[in-house]
Design a protein around this ligand. Sequence first.
Ligand code: SMG
Ligand code: MG
Length: 372
Amino acid sequence: MKITGCELRRLRLPLVEPFRTSFATQHARELLLLRILTPDAEGWGECVAMSDPLYSAEYSDGAAHVIQHFLLPRLAAAAEVSAAQVAPLLAPVKDHRMAKAAVEMAVLDAELQAAHMPFARYLGAVNDTVPAGVSVGIMDSTDRLLDTVAGYLDAGYLRIKLKIQPGWDVEPVRAVRERFGDDLLLQVDANTAYTLADAPTLAQLDPFGLLLIEQPLAEDDVRGHAQLAQRIRTPLCLDESITSARAAAHALAIGACSIINIKPGRVGGYLEARRIHDVATAMGAPVWCGGMLETGIGRAANVALAALPGFVLPGDTSASARYYAQDITAPFVLSDGHLQVPNAPGLGIEVQPDALEDVTLWRHYINLQSLR
Ligand code: SMG
Ligand code: MG
């Protein structure tokens, strides 16, 4: 495929309610979208970086800069580009995996539309629907937390993930377990808020039968997670630390985790995400699909990925209404606790122009010829 142009667009979508984690409180989702133009088809890419570098080092405006000045020129220099060639072409640029993932995603969408191939089929998906979990933020009170969880369970969510941090961990977990019973699929996510010295506190979560504890320690403390795993019974799952298939193989091999949260943006794209799925599955480790408060574009791709056979745990792939009153595509809705996997060519979604304009902060068109 020959890429002729690329439109970058910064969006701001208000959230239906604030989302508090151990690192920030978000009231709106700010993100970068990319639209790639080719003679045969257009492709959408969503960059999952946040407005501020608090979840990881990347942030939206930085991603826009690196895409325009370092990634697109490398694609422009190649006469023809296939989706599988994007990562190798961009490999000389260090890191910036979320930016690279967005570019690869847009090329994938365009290429698969031109080939009339749905993304799920391309990836090797085996399911038509995927079970939906929901990630529940830190709240001001346990009562509010219980009301919020009750609302999500009424809506049909099949698994609850509680965001935790020191001081908001054992008691909220106890309260949710007592109120909703032992059958509730329940897990927690610390977003790196603890140290190995907190092992005794984290061990206090053992009696509550959690599916997993996600990323309790620092991103670069893989060995620390392996040590922690020896001191607690709850399975460890890594998110931030898993930046590639190699990192996944290493973490599993040394016992730093037994489950992996796969987020394509964090690992440089959907093709690397699929390799992580393959490595983990070969090593007998369950995986599940994480979330970065995606619009319908990123959600469509995540849901396709989550339909691969190794995704045996419900993901943070919630319905659009959990985040946005108005999405930029037709909303993903829960049906019996599941989301439908798109089956139209490419990502299988249509962006709604008016909804998109309503949430656009700025846009910038780049002619790839001008970069040659
Ligand atoms: O998309 O439902 C979602 C968010 C899921 O908790 C979620 N994501 O560490 O897994 C994670 C967080 C990262 C984003 S928090 C603002
Ligand atoms: Mg996480």
